[in-house]
Write a protein that binds this ligand. Structure first.
Ligand SMILES: N[C@@H](CCC(=O)N[C@@H](CS)C(=O)NCC(=O)O)C(=O)O
Length: 209
C-alpha cells in the first residue's frame, strides 16, 4: 500500500499519527499542494476530488477520506484499538470525530481558506474554483473559539475526547489545535482541560508524525 501525503497539511497528518500509533510503516508519496500537483492529470486519476490523503491498495484501488482510510487500516491492524472497543465506544468515537471535523476542522478551514492570499478562488478544497468570502473567515475564527469552549467542557469530565481512552477523535482534535495555533488561533488561557489533554496527546511519540 501507498499513502499519498503532504507533510504540511493537517488531514494527511491525521493518518500519519494513526499509522505511528499502530506501528505501521507505509510507502509515502508527497503531493506538492503548494504547486497544484493535486490538480494534475496523474493525481486526478488517484483522487478526482484532488485532495490528500489517499491510500492506494496493492491492487491499485484508492481510498480517500481520513476516517475511511483509518477505518480500513483498523480492520487490517486492530491493535491497539483506535476506534474504541465496544459498540458504545465505537459510536462515541465516531460521534466525536464528526463533531471535531464539523465544529473544529471546518471552522478552521473557513478561517484559513477565506483569508490566505495564495488561496484566492480556492476557498474550498477540490477541483472547482470558489471565491473567498471574507465574512466566512471571520465567522470561522468565531466558531473556533466556540469549538475550544466545547472541547474544554468535554475534557472536564473525560481524559480524552471520546472518553477515558485515546482514539481517532483525539488525533483529529490534535491536528486542528496544532494547525489553528500555526494560524494564531489558540485556546483561551483559562481552557485548563485542553491544556492538560494537549500535554498528554502532543507528548505521545506519534504526535511528531
Ligand atoms: N474530507 C477530506 C479532507 C481532505 C483535505 O481537505 N485535504 C486537504 C489538505 S488538509 C487538501 O488536500 N487540499 C488540497 C487543496 O487545498 O487544494 C478528508 O477527510 O480526507
Amino acid at each position: 500500500m501507498k499513502l499519498y501525503d503532504c507533510k504540511t497539511a493537517p488531514s494527511p497528518r491525521r493518518v500519519r499519527v494513526f499509522l505511528a500509533e499502530k506501528g505501521i510503516e507505509l510507502e509515502s508519496v508527497q503531493v506538492d499542494l503548494g504547486s497544484g500537483e493535486q490538480f494534475g492529470p496523474e493525481f486526478r486519476r488517484i483522487n478526482p476530488d484532488c485532495v490528500v490523503p489517499v491510500l492506494e491498495l496493492d491492487d491499485g484501488r484508492c481510498i480517500s477520506e481520513v476516517i475511511a482510510i483509518c477505518h480500513y487500516l483498523e480492520e487490517l491492524y486492530p491493535e491497539p484499538p483506535m476506534f474504541g472497543e465496544t459498540a458504545e465506544e465505537r459510536a462515541t468515537v465516531l460521534m466525536w470525530n464528526a463533531k471535531v471535523e464539523q465544529q473544529g476542522l471546518w471552522a478552521m478551514a473557513d478561517a484559513f481558506r477565506n483569508s490566505a492570499k495564495g488561496l484566492a478562488d480556492k476557498a474550498l478544497p477540490g477541483p472547482d474554483p470558489y471565491p473567498q468570502i471574507p465574512e466566512l473567515a471571520e465567522r470561522g475564527r468565531a466558531r473556533m473559539q466556540a469549538f475550544f469552549k466545547r472541547i474544554d467542557a468535554q475534557l472536564a469530565d473525560n481524559q480524552f475526547i471520546a472518553g477515558d481512552f485515546y482514539s481517532v477523535a483525539d488525533i483529529a482534535a490534535l491536528a486542528v489545535v496544532d494547525f489553528a495555533a500555526w494560524l494564531k488561533m489558540k485556546p483561551p488561557e483559562n481552557a485548563k482541560n485542553i491544556a492538560r489533554w494537549y500535554a498528554s496527546v502532543a507528548g505521545r511519540a506519534s504526535a511528531t508524525a
